[in-house]
Design a protein around this ligand. Structure first.
Ligand code: GUN
Ligand code: ZN
Length: 651
């Protein structure tokens, strides 16, 4: 039903199958008001290329068109052959206080008119609802979701997540509803937040819901129709948006833009490249509700396409950070995200193509950088020395910028060298690891970033245990270093880099396991950098130039397999899958039994049988939560199959 093709943050480009065709996500569902269709559904297809739209079963069921839609079916009635999702009237209950239908009646009607995705009648949980009331909303919503599941027949069901602003209730509702036979999980009760620009609360609600939701199911965000929120909502894992805003704002003479809303009558030019704004004078647009609606819809579709571009390119975080400047409350929402890094980090790939760009002081708090700092504390073993020379942020890679300074320092002082970068401390041996060498950072930094760098540095230094740290201020620092840490240090930088990278990537102890024996390197003639690592003649690791991380070879995997216990570093597959994986076939998610909770997308992993026999080396494309949930798609791309080991001959 849903398969993921690309990912970034919790965002994904996916394909959702319906009875009326495939829908590429993130997708925008324009809302068609059956009583007032400002843009005809045929135009939504031909001019806007909509693959799916949304209409309201509650309104249809009690309006003048009831009989014709029942007779013709929804698709013929609307003149739309793509996928159609119907909503249930829960929003009307929020607006009017109550609705005069039952959950069972709505489901029955949606089935009869042929909705591709029919929404249950959930209880709209207002942000103002206290715990007791929100808990009651959730219990009733779960009860109705179960009822809807039992009544849905062949219809794909949309299950709703309620719970107001209470994270634990959201998570519980999400978990209960998404384990039922629902095809789409929809986060509801957020329109009041969207209307009053309460994006921080929105972010909290979406994150809490995502924690409980089945990652294999597409997630809809009810009522999110402003392009301002698409990047953030997609980053947090929302796949579908419905927009009535394009029509509602048009009725009010207001134009939507990716960075906000403007009144058409107050503009001399819109500055927008859409066909409406290209072909019509602003005066004409301002007087024509349909033209404004079309412009609004162009803006919304373009904003969703931009999100998809960013996911495919791997710079959705950058897009969100840039777009957050469009509204102060969006910036507050962005700053909220750092408090959820433990969860968000699970979904971040270990590396990606291309550079990480500084956008603002929020960038340092991205989950990937949080991960780097945490691994530094948990996995990095600082070498013994009499002190630290602390090198300021500089041109990257730092080893090149500081090559001669460090050589001079170590001739006369026994100190270890570490860079106090704005992403946190970076030991010189780890400066090639993504994104430390692959970051674009301004020459002159803002105070907030500098203060954060200071805090990150102190947190690490407190645990590292060096007697002193001296900030490098150029030549003048040489004397003081010599006085405080007399001696010298001879560092084999290749060896130090290999060891530190191995522990950073695979966990503390990995370097000892991988490198026990006689180590030699194959060095690139072009770059002078280590390419392959051989131990006792076996090729155990290759070092990738792009991201400074290792590709694991079978001989290396065997060493890690002996040193780390299950499920560490492992993907455990069903016995049925073992022969295929050994032959080099990819690991499909449906065959994964268990996996290391620490596995991240693009990690190098050991694929093992239920009896913990090593079967392959693979690069994961999912985290554990995803591997255990998805029934479709590849969980890990096998690099090398490992044949069954022949039992040792008797002595
Ligand atoms: N439309 C906007 N918000 C909601 C909601 O919470 N539930 C449903 N079913 N539809 C909505
Ligand atoms: Zn326009």
């Amino acid at each position: 039903m849903f398969e993921v093709r690309e990912r970034d943050g919790l965002g994904r480009i996916g394909v959702m199958e319906t009875r009326h065709g495939r829908v590429t996500t993130p997708a925008l569902l324009p809302v068609v008001n059956p009583n007032r269709p400002i843009i005809p559904p045929a135009d939504l297809v031909n001019r806007f290329h909509a693959e799916i739209l949304m209409t309201n079963a509650y309104i249809l069921g009690r309006g003048p068109h009831r009989e014709s839609v029942l007779r013709q079916g929804l698709h013929e009635f609307l003149g739309f052959s793509g996928a159609i999702m119907t909503d249930s009237g829960a929003f009307q209950s929020h607006v009017y206080g109550d609705v005069d239908v039952t959950n069972a009646e709505v489901i029955e009607f949606e089935k009869r008119i042929g909705a591709d995705l029919g929404t249950m009648l959930d209880v709209f949980s207002e942000p103002s609802h206290d715990r007791t009331q929100a808990a009651a909303d959730v219990e009733e919503t779960i009860r109705r979701a179960k009822e809807a599941d039992s009544l849905r027949g062949e219809m794909a069901l949309v299950g709703a997540v309620q719970g107001g602003l209470h994270p634990d209730l959201r998570e519980r509702c999400a978990r209960e509803v998404s384990t039922l036979g629902v095809s789409v999980c929809a986060i509801g009760g957020v329109v009041p937040l969207l209307e009053s620009y309460r994006f921080q609360d929105l972010a909290r609600v979406v994150i809490a819901s995502k924690k409980g939701l089945d990652p294999a199911k597409p997630v809809h965000l009810f009522g999110a129709g402003h392009p301002l929120v698409f990047p953030l909502a997609a980053l947090l894992g929302c796949d579908l948006f419905d927009s009535a805003s394009y029509a509602k704002y048009a009725r009010d003479g207001r134009m939507l833009f990716p960075d906000g809303t403007r009144r058409a009558s107050e503009l001399r030019e819109s500055g927008c490249p859409c066909p409406v704004c290209t072909d019509h004078a602003m005066k004409e647009i301002a007087q024509d509700e349909a033209l404004i609606a079309e412009h609004n819809l162009h803006t919304c579709f373009a904003a969703v396409r931009e999100v998809r571009r960013a996911i495919a390119h791997g710079d959705l975080w950058e897009l969100v950070e840039r777009r957050a400047r469009a509204h102060p409350t969006l910036l507050v929402a962005l700053r909220e995200l750092r408090h959820h890094n433990e969860f968000l980090e699970e979904f971040e790939p270990v590396a990606r193509r291309g550079a990480l760009y500084y956008v603002g002081p929020e960038t340092a708090h991205r989950p990937v950088l949080h991960r780097f700092r945490r691994r530094l504390m948990e996995r990095y073993q600082p070498p013994s020395a009499k002190g630290l020379v602390v090198l300021p942020e500089n041109r990257r890679p730092f080893t090149e910028a500081y090559a001669s300074a460090v050589a001079r320092v170590m001739e006369t002082s026994d100190v270890h060298a570490i860079v106090k970068s704005i992403w946190g401390p970076v030991p010189l041996e780890l400066d090639h690891v993504w994104p430390m060498a692959q970051s674009v950072v301004p020459d002159s930094l803002d105070v907030e970033s500098l203060e954060a760098a200071e805090v990150f540095f102190r947190e690490w230094a407190a645990g590292a245990g060096y007697p002193f740290g001296l900030l490098w201020e150029g030549e003048s620092s040489l004397d003081e270093l010599r006085a405080r840490a007399p001696g010298k240090r001879a560092v084999d930088w290749n060896a130090a880099r290999i060891r530190a990278t191995a522990d950073h990537q695979f966990g503390r102890g990995a370097a000892d396991a991988l490198l026990l024996g006689t180590v030699s390197y194959v060095v690139s003639k072009n770059t002078g950098k280590v390419r392959n690592v051989m131990v006792d003649g076996d090729h155990v690791l290759s070092l990738r130039a792009e991201d400074g991380l290792f590709t694991l070879k079978a001989a290396g995997a065997q060493r890690l397999h002996r040193a780390f216990h299950p499920p560490q570093l492992r993907i455990i597959v069903d016995a049925d899958a073992v022969p295929f994986v050994r032959e080099g076939k990819n690991v499909f998610a449906k065959f994964v039994r268990e996996a290391d909770p620490e596995v991240r997308p693009r990690d190098e992993m050991l694929v093992v049988s239920p009896d913990d026999e090593l079967c392959a080396v693979a690069q994961s494309s999912m985290n554990r939560r995803e591997m255990l949930s998805f029934k479709r798609g590849v969980a890990a791309y096998v690099r090398e199959g490992v044949p069954p080991s022949t039992p040792a001959p008797p002595h």
